[in-house]
Design a binder for this molecule. Structure first.
Ligand code: NAP
Length: 274
């Protein structure tokens, strides 16, 4: 399926690895120009090279010019980081057609142990940063008559996890904001806003939680991995490529009537009918 977005510009945040990278690769493979960011230079530039290869594949299959790939090493949760992105995009840098918001998730723990600063950091990264990115780009999208905003949140928004209090809280705030924004005047001007809610995906972040569980319980990491993968009816973790494919579809022309939705990708783990 041609998603009809070749030549458009996408900002994909926190995209040197994992889910963000999956989204960036799926977009580059559709001929979309991408600007990716992450804090650490080396993996970011490796990711950019892989995206250029994906774009080259699209170019040779279609006979068109390969999409551009720009990498900006910065912390997207800081004002300076976002300014670096805008200036790398050229001047005000507000001409993105597609914005995929993402950042590292907050730490786990008992809420009794979290300080005010822990809460502010989580809200900053997982609520206020996506809102700032949307604020900077949405009116330009509406003026041009096309826009796609996809926020990477978490299944914890729908089925809260006790040790993820910071994530449950901060991401729910973003979800409420998005629900209102999606139904505002932008909907009639070609701009959609949706959230993707990952369950368990095979990424470095998931692996770090498995290592922590192995250390805590003394069980072999492979046993913990197998037990966690078996929790979902699909009996496996999701892959960043599967995640990226849905993100790219939501960014496509055909998804213009999908807005304000929270799409759960969890291999069937959530037990409810809706
Ligand atoms: P990951 O594999 O650890 O990748 C995280 C990516 O984000 C890396 O490229 C990292 O690069 C970048 N990053 C982190 N903090 C950043 C910041 N402040 N500014 C810019 N880049 C930043 O993680 P993931 O599994 O893809 O998770 C992505 C998001 O989905 C997280 O918020 C996570 O909590 C959420 N999530 C994941 C799962 C899952 O199963 N994987 C489930 C539910 C929710 P640098 O470290 O170099 O910056």
């Amino acid at each position: 399926m041609d998603l009809g977005i070749a030549g458009r510009w996408a900002l994909v945040c926190a995209a040197s690895k994992g889910l963000g990278f999956g989204c960036a690769r799926a977009l580059a493979a559709e001929g979309v120009n991408v600007l990716i960011n992450a804090r650490t230079e080396a993996p970011l530039h490796q990711a950019a090279a892989q995206l250029r290869a994906a774009g080259a594949g699209w170019a040779s299959a279609t006979g068109q010019k390969a999409p551009e790939v720009v990498a900006v090493a910065c912390d997207i949760t800081s004002d300076a980081g976002r300014e670096a992105v805008w200036s790398a995009a050229g001047g005000p840098g507000r001409d993105f057609d597609i914005v995929v918001t993402n950042a590292g998730g907050p730490p786990t723990g008992d809420f009794r142990g979290f300080s005010r600063e822990d809460w502010v950091r989580a809200i900053d990264a997982n609520m206020l940063t996506p809102i700032a990115l949307i604020q900077a780009t949405v009116d330009g999208m509406a003026a041009r008559g096309f826009g796609r905003i996809v926020n990477i949140t978490s299944s914890a928004v729908k089925a809260p996890i006790d040790i993820l209090a910071l994530s449950n809280g901060a991401r729910s705030g973003l979800t409420g904001f998005v629900a209102g924004l999606a139904r505002s005047g932008i909907a009639a001007r070609g701009v959609t806003v949706n959230n993707l809610l990952p369950g368990k995906f095979d990424t470095d972040r998931l692996n770090a939680t498995l290592v922590a569980a192995a250390e805590k319980t003394g069980k072999p990491i492979e046993a913990i991995r197998a037990a966690q993968a078996a929790q979902a009816p699909a009996r496996r973790f999701g892959s960043p490529d599967e995640f990226g494919a849905l993100c790219a579809f939501l960014c496509g022309r055909q998804a213009g009537y999908i807005t304000g939705q929270n799409l759960l990708l969890d291999g069937g783990l959530y037990p409810g009918t809706f």
